[in-house]
Design a protein. Structure first.
Ligand code: XMP
Length: 516
C-alpha cells in the first residue's frame, strides 16, 4: 500500500484516486503524522502532495526521517520542493509564476518517464504535456539527484535519484490535464514501488465481509437507511456479511420523493431480503414544521426529529450493539482536514451522521476507505439496481428545503408529482446522466393563468438542473428547449394546482444549488 502525505493542495484527493485506479490501496494523511505512524503504516512507497505554501517560509514540514525508511518517494510540486530542501538542495521563488499547460522535455528518459511521452523530438528526447501550478522552484539539486525533465522557465522540472528511488516533479501528474499523468503514477506505484495491483472490487468485498464478521461477531447491528447511495451500499455490504444480524430503520419523514419509501422497501426487503423497519413519521415531522419558514430552523427540526425517531426505534432493539453508517472516504478526509482548513458555513448540512452517543452503540463504518465511484461500483457488484446507485444526490432535509417557506403536506404532494415528471423526462431525453443534480422547487406564490375557458390562480414550480464535479461550484444545465417544453406541458396538465413552470438559470456562486 501507498502512503500519501497531504501538504494541503486542492487536488491531493486526486492523487489517491489515481493510485486506487492503478488497483493499489492507498491512504491520504496529513503531512504532520509522526514517523512512528508512518513506520506502522508500512508503505511500499510514499507520495508527497503539492501545497499552497513556500518551503522556506512554512511550518508545513513532514518528518524528514521518512527518507530513511528505504522506500521510494515521489514528491509533487511542493512535495518535490520540500524533498529538495530536506536533502540538501535549494528552492527559490521563481521569476515567473507558472500556471497551466507546459510542455516538458524529458531528458535521458529516467525510470519515471521511460517510454512515456506525447511526442518524440528530433534527438529522440520525449516531450510531455503537463499541468504546472507553482511559484517557487528547485534551483539546486540535492546530492545524488539528476535532472530528468526541463522547460524553458523551469530547468529542473523533474528530478530523480534512481538509486534511492526518490523522484520529484514540479507539475501535477494527478490531474487529467497532464495527458500521461495516469501512466506516470502507474509507473511509480507499480514498477518503481513494486506494488501488486490487487485492489479490485471482488477482492475488496471478500476482505470487507471478513472484517465485518470479525468485528461484529454474533452481535446485532442497526443502520439508518435513507435510500441514498452510501447508506444503501453499506446496508447491502453488511447484509452480505452478517445477514439477519442487521436491522435497517427507514424513516419516512414525509419529505421524500414520489414512491421513494416503496422503492426502498422493494429493493431491500423484497429483493435482497434485508430486515427493514419502515417508520412512517410524516405526521410528526410535518407537525413540528407547521408555521416554520426559516430554512435553517427547518433543517434543525428535521435533523432533531430524525434523531428522535431513530432513537425510539433503536430502543426497541435492545440486542443491537453496533450502529452502522455509510461514512465514505471523502467524509473522513474532510473532517480530518476541517481542523486546518477554515470554511464558512453557508448552510448547515446534516446527513444521518450526528446520531446520539447516548445510544451507546459502537460505530461500524465499512465504507470509510472508499471513494464515491468505488462505493457505486461496490453497490452494483452487490446487486443494487444501477438506477439507485447512480441516482442524483438528495439532501437530508429532502423536500423540506425544496418547498420554500412553510412546509405543508399539500405543497409536498404537488412538488413530488412535478419533480417525478421532470426526472422522468430527463431520463427519456437522455439528460439525467448529463446533469449532476436536477429537481423541482415549489414556490408558494400564486399567479394567474388560463386553461380552457377558465381563469386559474395557482402555484409556481421552478426547475433546477446543474452540472458540477464537486457541488462547490456549479453551472446551470443548458437543457434543450424541447425537453423543458415537454416538462412544463406535462406538469401543468397533470398536476392540478400548478399553472406555471420556470427554469432557474443561476450559477453557483452566486446562487446555491438548492433554493434554501
Ligand atoms: P447547495 O444548495 O449548498 O448544495 O449549493 C450543495 C449540495 O449539498 C446538498 N445539500 C444538502 N445535503 N443536507 C444534505 O444532506 C442539507 O441540509 C443540504 N443542503 C444542501 C445539495 O442537494 C447539493 O447536492
Amino acid at each position: 500500500k501507498i502512503l500519501i502525505l497531504d501538504f494541503g493542495s486542492q487536488v491531493s484527493q486526486l492523487i489517491a484516486r489515481r493510485v486506487r485506479e492503478a488497483h493499489v490501496y492507498c491512504e491520504l494523511h496529513s503531512f504532520d503524522v509522526s514517523i512512528d505512524f508512518i513506520r506502522e503504516f508500512n508503505p511500499k512507497a510514499i507520495i508527497l502532495s503539492g501545497g499552497p505554501n513556500s518551503v522556506y517560509a512554512s511550518d508545513y514540514q513532514a518528518d524528514p526521517a521518512l527518507f530513511q525508511l528505504g522506500v521510494p518517494v515521489l514528491g509533487i510540486c511542493y512535495g518535490m520542493q520540500w524533498m529538495a530542501q530536506m536533502l540538501g538542495g535549494k528552492v527559490e521563488a521563481g521569476l515567473v509564476r507558472e500556471f497551466g499547460f507546459a510542455e516538458i522535455r524529458a531528458r535521458g528518459h529516467g525510470k519515471l518517464f521511460n517510454g512515456i511521452e506525447d511526442r518524440t523530438g528530433p534527438n529522440g528526447e520525449g516531450y510531455l504535456e503537463v499541468w504546472m501550478s507553482h511559484g517557487d522552484k528547485v534551483s539546486q539539486l540535492p546530492e545524488g539527484f539528476g535532472v530528468i525533465a526541463e522547460t524553458l522557465s523551469c530547468p529542473i522540472a523533474a528530478m530523480a535519484d534512481e538509486a534511492r528511488g526518490f523522484y520529484g516533479v514540479q507539475f501535477h501528474p494527478e490531474v487529467t490535464h497532464t495527458l500521461k499523468g495516469r501512466e506516470m503514477i502507474n509507473r511509480f506505484v507499480l514498477d518503481i514501488a513494486g506494488c501488486t495491483p490487487a485492489w479490485t472490487m471482488p477482492n475488496y468485498i471478500d476482505q470487507a465481509v471478513a472484517r465485518i464478521r470479525e468485528q461484529v461477531g454474533d452481535e446485532e447491528v442497526i443502520l439508518g437507511l435513507s435510500g441514498g447511495v452510501d447508506s444503501s451500499v453499506a446496508a447491502a455490504l453488511i447484509h452480505r456479511a452478517i445477514g439477519d444480524q442487521l436491522t435497517c430503520v427507514f424513516v419516512d419523514n414525509g419529505l421524500l420523493r414520489l414512491n421513494e419509501g416503496q422503492q426502498v422497501m422493494n429493493i431491500f426487503n423484497k429483493h435482497l431480503g434485508v430486515k427493514v423497519i419502515h417508520v412512517d413519521a410524516t405526521e410528526q415531522f410535518l407537525g413540528h414544521l407547521t408555521g416554520v419558514t426559516d430554512p435553517e430552523a427547518k433543517r434543525k427540526i428535521i435533523g432533531r426529529e430524525f434523531v428522535e425517531v431513530f432513537q425510539a426505534e433503536a430502543q426497541k432493539l435492545p440486542k443491537a450493539r453496533w450502529l452502522a453508517q455509510g461514512t465514505i472516504y471523502p467524509d473522513v478526509i474532510e473532517s480530518a482536514g476541517a481542523k486546518t482548513k477554515k470554511a464558512h458555513t453557508i448552510k448547515s448540512h446534516h446527513n444521518v451522521g450526528g446520531l446520539p452517543e447516548t445510544l451507546n452503540l459502537q460505530l461500524l463504518e465499512p465504507l470509510r476507505e472508499l471513494f464515491k465511484d468505488e462505493v457505486r461500483e461496490l453497490g452494483v457488484a452487490l446487486g443494487l439496481p444501477h438506477e439507485m446507485v447512480y441516482r442524483h444526490p438528495f439532501p437530508g432535509p429532502g423536500l423540506g428545503v425544496r418547498v420554500l417557506g412553510e412546509v405543508k403536506r399539500e405543497y409536498c404532494e404537488l412538488l413530488r408529482r412535478a419533480d417525478a415528471i421532470f426526472i422522468d423526462e430527463l431520463r427519456a431525453f437522455d439528460w439525467y446522466d448529463k446533469t449532476s443534480q436536477a429537481f423541482a422547487v415549489f414556490l408558494p406564490v400564486k399567479s394567474v393563468g388560463v386553461m380552457g375557458d377558465g381563469r386559474t390562480y395557482e402555484y409556481v414550480v421552478a426547475l433546477r438542473a446543474v452540472q458540477t464535479s464537486d457541488f462547490m461550484t456549479a453551472k446551470w444545465a443548458e437543457l434543450p428547449y424541447e425537453l423543458l417544453g415537454k416538462v412544463s406541458n406535462r406538469i401543468i396538465n397533470e398536476v392540478r394546482g400548478i399553472n406555471r413552470v420556470v427554469y432557474d438559470v443561476s450559477g453557483k456562486p452566486p446562487a446555491t444549488i438548492e433554493w434554501e
